[in-house]
Write a protein that binds this ligand. Structure first.
Ligand code: DLL
Length: 433
């Protein structure tokens, strides 16, 4: 089993922790000087970055949340002038505006190497042909894996998302050996191949690198049995770097988190207290090498646990378990992050929508399906079919343009959705992962 960066990936933990501390101190000094939001946060908490002398001191620092990014939209959290930024990506915000992240030239280099690490750990080499079936665009998935593949020296096919039959044709003709996509799209590909009478064994595929959404061990087995590949998991988020935070090695017993680049903590999402090693809680990440967009104690909202036992592969980096959910209400629909508040904002701006709605998520076969049930005023509900259809189409279009993923809108009679005494139940997620 090849290791991309043995010096760092197999570092004795004592040395690793020393490196983390040095990088943390440098990062804290830098953000204090160059990011107004951090200066204010540290001053308010009475913290002088010079006084952070051990990794344990990290827990004294305030958290960073998506709300901080929203308040500092678009460039307020950048630690370098825009002229040093060579790339900008973004991710869903909880309302209206997305969160914006930036990379310097060095950041792109760091990112590419971190992705090359987990790709190598999953078994990818320079002899491979990597088909990327993530959407190219503001999403970090496609570019992250693209640059990582090139760094390894593999041949990249920047196929992009969707267009399933063409994906299969390219896979056959170009002899792709590695598939990069969401796990749910891998199942879509397998089903389409079955419908078309194509035997996956006739393809050259060996490895699948799947991420961007939660998936279970059962789903891994299904993908492996249907596509005849080794299916591996990898995790990341735009605010921290994109893909490349953590990824599985061939032992498939948790995702190695690149601790020379990030410090991981597990906290109780309700109290914010750091939990003892091995506990299940919310993952909090601090970046140690990023220039343009450093993050201190960023609350990922992902629930997981960390395993510090040494792995059979020889890597010393902690292993992150598959995520078990979120501590907020974010949904991931076909790999796209969706906050119910984004849908609410659209509905509130449309005349005729009552403030009662429900979001229903199903998994039809292997695809996520998003439905929005809206109570509408009587004149719309009893309007002629043609007008109603136009109204539905208009709302669907607005939702699609905000979320970047389609939803089917169903109009329901005024006062027909269930009312609750406590919190309204806005989301019904019927997917079984
Ligand atoms: O999804 C980055 C990424 C792209 C990771 C491609 C892996 C592969 P965001 O769009 O910012 O970034 O979404 C981040 O997606 O907080 C998790 O909730 C979820 N997520 C990402 N990877 C996994 C995974 C990318 N392997 C959010 N398992 C994160 C479960 C995942 N959830």
């Amino acid at each position: 089993m090849k290791i991309w960066d043995p010096l760092h990936e197999c570092m004795p933990r004592e040395d690793l922790e020393q490196l983390q501390l040095e990088r943390l101190q440098a990062t804290l000094n830098r953000v204090y000087r160059s990011v107004a939001c951090y200066k204010k946060k540290f001053d308010e908490a009475g913290i002088n970055p010079e006084e952070i002398r051990s990794l344990d001191d990290l827990s004294q620092l305030p958290f960073t949340t998506k709300e901080d990014l929203r308040l500092n939209y678009p460039y307020g959290m950048f630690a370098v002038p825009l002229r040093e930024v060579v790339r900008i990506h973004s991710s869903s915000g909880t309302t209206g505006k997305p969160t914006v992240v930036g990379y310097t030239k060095n950041d792109i280099h760091t990112w590419s190497n971190l992705v090359a690490r987990f790709m190598t750990a999953a078994g990818v080499t320079h002899d491979d042909v990597v088909q990327i079936a993530f959407g190219y665009g503001m999403f970090t998935g496609a570019f992250g894996l693209h640059y990582g593949s090139e760094t390894i020296g593999a041949s990249v096919i920047p196929m992009g998302a969707g267009n399933t039959e063409k994906q299969i044709m390219i896979m056959q003709d170009y002899k792709s050996t590695v598939l990069v996509s969401t796990p749910s799209y891998a199942i879509t590909l397998a089903s389409r191949m079955e419908q078309l009478g194509i035997d996956p064994k006739s393809l050259s595929l060996k490895v699948g690198l799947f991420g961007a959404e939660p998936w279970s061990e059962a789903m891994r087995k299904e993908i492996e049995n249907r596509l005849f590949i080794s299916a591996t998991d990898n995790y990341g988020l735009s605010e921290i770097i994109g893909p490349g935070v953590a990824g599985e090695c061939e032992c498939k017993c948790g995702m190695h988190l690149s601790e020379d680049a990030f410090i991981a903590e597990i906290i109780d999402p309700d109290t914010g207290k750091v939990l003892p090693r091995g506990s299940v809680g919310e993952l909090v990440l601090t970046t140690l090498t990023k220039e343009a967009f450093p993050m201190i104690r960023y609350r990922t909202r992902d629930i997981t646990s960390l395993d510090y036992e040494k792995c059979a592969c020889g890597r010393t980096m902690v292993r992150m378990k598959k995520t078990m959910g979120r501590s907020d209400d974010m949904l991931i629909i076909k790999g796209v992050n969706v906050f119910p508040s984004q849908i609410e904002e659209v509905l509130f701006a449309v005349e005729g929508c009552e403030p009662h709605y429900q979001i229903v998520v199903e998994r039809e076969g292997e695809m996520d399906k998003l439905e929005v049930h809206i109570e509408v005023t009587e004149n719309i509900f009893f309007d002629e079919m043609k007008k109603q259809k136009g109204f539905v189409e208009m709302v669907e279009k607005k939702i699609h343009s905000v979320l970047g993923v389609g939803a089917s809108v169903k109009l329901v009679e005024p006062a027909s959705l269930p009312r609750h005494e406590g919190k309204a139940v806005r989301v019904i997620d019927n997917r079984k992962l």
